[in-house]
Design a protein around this ligand. Structure first.
Ligand code: FAD
Ligand code: MLT
Ligand code: ZN
Length: 456
């Protein structure tokens, strides 16, 4: 009897995947930069089964890598052992715990504006479920068809609406999760007035699978916007884009997206996706803003600076403008395996940071875009070998030198564990390690993620 037999006794044989071909899909991340191995993939169907799986793995000291849609960008969802970030992680013994079968969706509580969803429900499924009741979920992202409720909580995902509704943590009213010893902590009543002790759901948000396996969540919902206007404007610099966004925000109170991209990304998207240029002429950079409210279009029209801009109010027209932004990720991956460096700097530092980037990424090709409303810049570098981390280090240090963070929304994962100290003090990291060892003393939940080696 081996570990997979133990797991089969819990979830049934067909929910323990052991064929190498099948495992391969679960141990390679979305970017293809991080590839590991695993003993097997287990797909439990309930929180109780997750708890039994965790206990069975603990008995055999097998590391567990929780996985939702596997759309994460920092190697946290796969048992990747390579690189200096996780030298002591034995990936061959690891178990990938997929949440695909945790797909429960309770009826929408229309009075409270809340819903309870299983960890494996995708963001698109969640939105489709709540929309008929007049609601939308506050976090939206281009990976919506695969990214899950559990994965977005575990990464504290930001997304395109974060300027209006906040990150995933802000949507959480409670979670159900399985701890490293198999105990289930469940807090799904949905009380908004609830100050009884530590915010464990808030702690699990951004924990990247290192503190527990999230099995369900109680989520806040927002009234769905019916009148939306999207504006795509050409600008000369990232600083100009930030300035224009500030003006728009001053005019209309319900801005729900403020996105940035550049000529190099537009050229790539147009080529890969077969799209025409978005405006009459090319610009060095672009700002895409979406605002809600019947009067948003009028308020924006008064802005003379939007003279050369495309404006759309109908769903098809807005989707056409959004394609230039949302198709960046796939277009970049079609060109090669990118080094994806998701950083944020203070809005006032966007200009100097962008100017200094060219030196940090030389001699490689850089494609820069992001959620400018949050100061969040996605630096994508094409050219260096996947294992060559020099450009990663240069860009992350540059962000830190500009008062920024090494992770704006994707998390630390395995990819950035070496550089956590650029954004968190030794005291903060020690406190994080204390939480980790209190909840997972044997270090079996996603080892190699967040923390690097013994010293951090
Ligand atoms: P996975 O990739 O499977 O896992 C991510 C991390 O969470 C891993 O550490 C994993 O171990 C852990 N995890 C997963 N499920 C659980 C669980 N149930 N319990 C405990 N830990 C768990 N991210 C953004 O923040 N904003 C964006 O705008 C955005 N846009 C994207 C667009 C595209 C096209 C793509 C491919 C990705 C994008 N991402 C974005 C990144 C990614 O979609 C997010 O990080 C998302 O939150 C990952 O969800 P997932 O279900 O795929 O999680
Ligand atoms: C996005 O904003 O599109 C994502 O975070 C994905 C990426 O960085 O490629
Ligand atoms: Zn993003």
């Amino acid at each position: 009897m081996g570990l997979s037999d133990d797991l089969a006794a819990v979830v049934g044989e067909r929910h323990v995947l052991t064929s190498q071909d099948v495992i391969d899909g679960y141990v390679t991340d979305w970017t293809r930069r991080y590839r590991g191995t695993a003993a097997c993939v287990v797909v439990p169907g309930s929180a109780a089964e997750v708890a039994e799986v965790v206990r069975a793995c603990a008995r055999r000291a097998a590391p567990i890598v929780p996985q939702g849609g596997n759309t994460g960008m920092v190697g946290g969802s796969v048992p990747w052992q390579g690189g200096p970030a996780s030298p002591d992680f034995a990936d061959a013994a690891a178990v990938v715990l997929s949440t695909h079968r945790l797909r429960g969706l309770e009826p929408v509580d229309v009075v409270a504006g809340q819903v309870t969803a299983g960890a494996g429900v995708t963001i698109a499924e969640l939105n489709a479920h709540v929309r008929p009741a007049g609601f939308s979920y506050g976090v939206d992202l281009a990976s919506r068809d695969s990214a899950t409720v559990g994965g977005t909580i575990a990464t504290n995902a930001g997304g395109v609406h974060s300027v209006r509704y906040g990150y995933t943590r802000a949507q959480l009213l409670g979670t159900e999760a399985v701890l490293a010893d198999g105990r289930i902590i469940s807090h799904l009543a949905g009380l908004t007035a609830d100050n009884a002790g530590y915010d464990l759901a808030g702690l699990l948000a951004g924990s990247e699978g290192t503190l527990g396996v999230i099995t369900a969540a109680r989520l806040r919902l927002w009234s769905a916007e019916t009148a939306l206007v999207a504006v795509l404007a050409g600008v000369d610099t990232i600083a100009a884009a930030a300035g224009l966004y500030a003006e728009i925000r001053g005019r209309t109170s319900r801005v729900q997206a403020a996105e940035y991209f550049e000529a190099a990304g537009v050229e790539l998207v147009c080529r890969v996706a077969g799209l025409p240029l978005p405006l009459d002429r090319e610009y060095p950079a672009y700002l895409l803003v979406e605002a809600a409210g019947a009067d948003a279009a009028d308020q924006l029209a008064e802005l003379g600076k939007l003279a050369d801009a495309a404006v759309a109010m109908d769903p098809a027209g807005r989707a056409r403008l959004w394609a230039y932004r949302e198709r960046h990720t796939e277009a970049i991956s079609a060109e090669g395996i990118p080094h994806k460096l998701d950083v944020a700097v203070p809005m006032s530092k966007l200009g100097p940071f962008r100017a200094a980037l060219a030196t940090a990424t030389r001699p490689y090709r850089e494609i820069v875009f992001g959620h400018i409303g949050a100061g969040n810049v996605h630096v994508n570098v094409l050219g260096p070998d996947p294992d060559d981390e020099r450009v990663d280090e240069a860009v992350l240090r540059l962000a830190a030198a500009h008062g920024g963070t090494v992770s704006a929304e994707h998390g630390i994962g395995r990819a950035k564990a070496r550089w956590l100290h650029l954004s968190r003090s030794a005291e903060e990291i020690a406190a994080m390690r204390a939480v980790k060892s209190a909840l997972d003393p044997a270090g079996l939940l996603n080892p190699g993620v967040l923390f690097c080696g013994a010293a951090g």
